[in-house]
Design a protein around this ligand. Structure first.
Ligand code: SF4
Length: 471
């Protein structure tokens, strides 16, 4: 009879692990708890970690107190996210002490802080950067012997994109598919090029295969993701990739995020005009409505250039939802600069925006120049907060008006699942990415089905509707 060690090793082999990997993780079944901070790239990375560990007899637990391994996948885009990490680590320390769980930090803060994080958090077992996810099984074994930081970069020719396990997506209507990673831009506020490295695009054939495999198990909508996804160059350009994925049988919808305005080509605009399966929603971060601020941000466009692309998009696909990001309180931002951001918001009438107070990040151009000249002066926090509140109040009004315009329309909704675990409440999204709540059970609105829904109520961030029939 096999002992638990070799049995688990055999299970790992059977699930596709190599012999060396299986040996590295040959232990009794264990549980992993994953806490993800930040963006969709991190959500996708966490999903790949869970799938990888699943091949080594790890199952996911939603309870950190039951876990043998607690993984925190972190975000370094704002200082607040780092503070959240440190307070979460403080909470998990207790579970580690009680159960002897391993505690590990991955993602962008890990890449930024490297072994400094180990020195700062003495009960942390190991730290690993985004390029090292594939080594997790070996790192778990190594953590039995020593504390370490594994934050090296992989050369672009060696880089292997973690592949989604289609079986893990069975029963789901939507999935993220990684198209590229890293960023070659140098926006002066952004730490991403430092924590995620240079751009590497995944070969388009791999992306097509992964999307086709997801469609086979019932996924109907894929979102292609990357830090700067529209600069994709994995054997074809981004508009061609979108068209190839949209042409796959059984996939009904394709989305992508996130984009830099200077990579929004005319060919991409034309893709929106001619390919109905590319959904009419574009997240196009503008960051500021003032040209001098955009110049200091090194965004490589003016407000008028941005609006030129914006208008082309809306003309190519009338009714398209366009969302954006704003940073307020960027160094040297005057009252006049900020008023221009408000004016841009009123002019573009973005369907929604994500807005934040600037926070200086290590290794970035703006942080280095902060306070070095009048145009790089630090904005008092109270001023930044007051500006943020004004911007967000204006956005809430514009978003509510956009939602109210949907009232009484019949819209297509792709059902995603139960709303907050309630049996008789379901939710899905329109092509424009608006969330719609339905009073229906699973039999009436199963995940993956597209329904025609009449909008009966408009809320600030969502709609409610009644089913009219199949879409
Ligand atoms: S485009 Fe700019 S903001 Fe976006 S990830 Fe790259 S450096 Fe950061």
């Amino acid at each position: 009879m096999s002992d638990p060690v070799s049995l688990t090793s055999m299970v790992a082999r059977a699930r596709g692990a190599t012999a060396a990997e299986a040996r590295a993780c040959a232990v009794t079944p264990r549980k992993v708890f994953v806490h993800t901070f930040g963006c969709q790239m991190n959500d996708a990375d966490s999903a790949r970690m869970v799938e990888l560990l699943g091949r080594y007899a790890f199952s996911v637990t939603p309870h950190p107190e039951d876990a043998d391994l607690i993984l925190l996948n972190t975000c370094a885009v704002r200082e607040k996210a780092e503070q959240k990490l440190l307070s979460a680590l403080g909470r998990y320390r207790e579970h580690k002490a009680r159960r002897g769980a391993l505690l590990a930090v991955g993602g962008c803060v890990a890449q930024q802080e490297k072994d400094r994080l180990l020195a700062r958090v003495p009960y942390l077992d190991f730290v690993f950067g985004p390029d090292n996810i594939a080594k997790l099984p070996e790192m778990i074994e190594r953590a039995r012997r020593e504390r370490f930081a594994e934050t090296g970069w992989m050369a672009s020719e060696e880089y292997l994109f973690p592949r989604a396990d289609p079986q893990a997506a069975r029963g789901r209507a939507t999935a993220f598919v990684t198209a590229m990673k890293g960023c070659d831009n140098v926006c002066s506020f952004c730490i991403v090029p430092y924590t995620r490295g240079r751009e590497i695009s995944r070969p388009f054939t791999e992306i097509e295969e992964e999307c086709a495999a997801l469609a086979e198990v019932g996924v109907r909508e894929v979102t292609l993701i990357g830090q700067n996804v529209n600069s994709y160059a994995g054997g074809c350009d981004f508009p061609t990739l979108l068209r190839r994925v949209a042409a796959l049988p059984m996939l009904a919808r394709v989305r992508f995020t996130t984009s830099h305005p200077h990579d929004l080509s005319d060919a991409l605009v034309e893709t929106f005009r001619h390919e109905p399966r590319v959904m009419p929603h574009f997240h196009l971060p503008v960051q500021s409505g003032s040209d001098p601020v955009l110049l200091r941000m090194r965004r490589d466009y003016t407000v008028e250039e941005y609006m030129g692309r914006f208008e082309k998009l809306r003309a190519a696909r009338p009714g398209m939802a366009i969302t954006t990001d704003f940073i307020v309180g960027f160094p040297g931002e005057t009252d006049e600069d900020f008023e221009r951001s408000l004016q841009l918001l009123e002019r573009a009438r973005f369907d929604n925006s994500f807005s934040f107070v600037y926070s200086p990040r290590p290794h970035t151009g703006a942080a280095r120049r902060l306070g070095s000249a009048p145009e790089w002066s630090e904005i008092p926090r109270a001023v930044s907060i007051a500006r943020l509140e004004r911007l967000q109040t204006t956005q809430r009004r514009i978003s509510s008006e956009a939602m109210a315009r949907e009232l009484h329309k019949t819209v297509e909704v792709l059902v995603e699942g139960a709303l907050d675990g309630e049996e008789r409440r379901r939710f899905g999204r329109t092509p424009e990415n608006r969330v719609v709540h339905l009073d229906a059970d699973e039999a009436q609105a199963p995940a993956g089905v597209r329904l025609a829904v009449r909008v009966t109520r408009a809320h600030a961030n969502s709609l409610s509707g009644e089913i009219v029939g199949p879409a």
